[in-house]
Design a protein around this ligand. Structure first.
Ligand SMILES: Cc1cc2nc3c(=O)[nH]c(=O)nc-3n(C[C@H](O)[C@H](O)[C@H](O)COP(=O)(O)OP(=O)(O)OC[C@H]3O[C@@H](n4cnc5c(N)ncnc54)[C@H](O)[C@@H]3O)c2cc1C
Length: 462
């Protein structure tokens, strides 16, 4: 064993730039396959606009990995595929999960620490704290770029030049976090939608702040009138990713939009009235101690003073103390359908592979999943073994197919995993199914095909 590690260490390493969710998962997959890795992470030497620590795999905003329902939900299915493929990110998430209804939420500190400790304990992983401020040196023959939506400008510019793009960026927004003791529990009550108990949950995992019609109308009016962060001239045409729109942008699409979006009251009953409120603001536990709670779906580009003023009009949050306010952030991504090949290599320079949000997937789980695939592709290439892409009937394959060719390059925007990316079920296998049954058939087919894909590889979960 010791001699095989020594032998593996002497092989040429794969360099990974960026120790976020994708880079950490890619490093783990490579090391498990016996390939040495040098992981280059610029924090704390250089920070980003959103990261607050120097930990690997830091979660920069929400602490949720979204639904953990592998039978009915595409991201839950992706969780399960990753677990079966021995994912470090899922292992750490499961070990540090918090109650959150049907969602998989994690204690962000424990989660990142677990990822970092596991990687640093592996004899084939070396961590270097440095920024790669341009194209990686020419003698690095296999590189994974996993620098995420906040890729440092020097590297982003170099990649843009190499790929012939004018720019790789657009804009997203993040949600505020509130201190637990400042939530008025005589108004806000704890309940999960439809009392659903998810992984580690008890069916009463969210705080719910109720609004009647007058309160809701006044709130929407305040959002629309609120003072927002101005775009600079050159940013005016920079689009938002639709899954992460600021609440005031959603509110501007119509007076009822928030009631059918992040403020929907379905599955909730206010114990004080015995009825479903007109609208609800939900807060989800953000740390293991339960001292911090994030306002679900409340990404915003309101100015900070306006956020405190307007959010304190929410019943139950009238005395809210904010641990963090929402804000705008850059989102750097490639036009992957045009620029990357089927195993995520840059067509213009195939020694460079890409992973994570920079490939145009969206979300923590998707970023880690693309990291997992990239790590495996790079490992197979280094070891001289064949590895095909996961079938397009699986969540991973569907996501990969979308970003490397399925999406229209002319209108490409970051994408969450969803059942719309999966090929339809054949008529002989129940092609006429609808709704829940259709999702369940797609999920069952995915797991069957995923196991088949994993079977011949030596990298399945140990
Ligand atoms: C502010 C913000 C909020 C978000 N909120 C959510 C959310 O709530 N839920 C969700 O599912 N997704 C969210 N996302 C989207 C996305 O899921 C996360 O950004 C996720 O962390 C992406 O994973 P990644 O590995 O691609 O990038 P990251 O996790 O950001 O990792 C990239 C790493 O590369 C490092 N790096 C950058 N440039 C260099 C360089 N030149 N040299 C060396 N190191 C470098 C960075 O320091 C960072 O550690 C958010 C994104 C942002 C920016």
């Amino acid at each position: 064993m010791a001699s095989s590690i020594k032998q593996a260490r002497s092989a040429r390493p794969v360099h990974i730039v960026g120790g976020g969710l994708a880079g950490s998962e890619a490093a783990w997959q490579l090391a498990r396959a016996g390939v040495p890795v040098v992981l280059h992470e610029m924090r704390p030497v250089r920070g980003t606009e959103a990261h607050q620590t120097d930990a690997l795999a830091e979660l920069v905003c929400s602490n949720s990995f979204r639904s953990d329902d592998a039978a009915n939900n595409a991201v839950g299915l992706l969780h399960e595929e990753m677990r079966r493929a021995g994912s470090l990110i899922m292992q750490a998430a499961d070990a540090h999960k918090l109650p959150a209804g049907g969602a998989l939420a994690v204690d962000r500190v424990g989660f990142s620490a677990a990822v970092q400790e596991t990687l640093l304990a592996h004899p084939l992983v070396e961590l270097r704290r440095e920024e790669i401020a341009g194209l990686p040196p020419a003698d690095w023959d296999s590189v994974i770029v996993a620098t995420g939506p906040l890729t440092s400008p020097a590297l982003a510019d170099a990649i843009a030049r190499l790929s012939g793009e004018e720019s790789l960026a657009f804009f997203d927004a993040i949600a505020p976090i509130v201190h637990h003791e400042s939530i008025d529990q005589t108004i806000a009550w704890k309940q999960s939608r439809y009392d659903k108990a998810g992984p580690g949950g008890g069916g009463a995992d969210y705080f719910n702040c109720p609004m009647d019609k007058a309160e809701y109308d006044a709130f929407v009016a305040a959002l629309l009138a609120g003072d927002k962060t101005e775009f600079k001239q050159w940013e005016h045409n920079t689009p938002y990713f639709s899954g992460c729109q600021p609440i005031e942008v959603i509110a501007a699409t119509g007076p009822q939009s928030l009631r059918f979006g992040p403020m929907k009251p379905v599955g909730l009953r206010d114990p004080r009235t015995g009825h479903r409120p007109w609208a609800v603001v939900q807060l989800r536990q953000d740390n293991a101690l339960g001292t911090l709670w994030n306002i679900v779906g409340f990404q915003t580009k309101l100015k900070h003073g306006e956020q405190t003023r307007i959010f304190r009009t929410i019943p139950g949050l009238q005395n809210a103390e904010f641990a963090r306010l929402g804000g705008l952030h850059r989102n750097t991504f490639l036009n992957s359908p045009r620029l990357l090949d089927a195993t995520l290599r840059l067509k213009a320079e195939p020694r460079l592979r890409f992973a994570g949000q920079i490939t145009g997937c969206e979300g923590y789980v998707e970023s880690a999943a693309v990291g997992l695939m990239t790590g495996r592709f790079a490992a197979a290439e280094r070891l001289g073994t064949a590895l095909s892409a996961p079938p397009d009937t699986t969540a991973m394959g569907a996501l990969l197919g979308h970003i490397t060719g399925g999406a229209d390059a002319a209108t490409f925007q970051p994408m969450n995993v969803n059942f719309g990316l999966f090929p339809p079920i054949a008529p002989s296998e129940g092609g006429t199914l609808r709704g829940k049954e259709r999702k369940q058939a797609l999920a069952a087919r995915a797991l069957r095909d995923f196991d088949h894909w994993l079977a011949p590889t030596p990298l399945a979960a140990e």
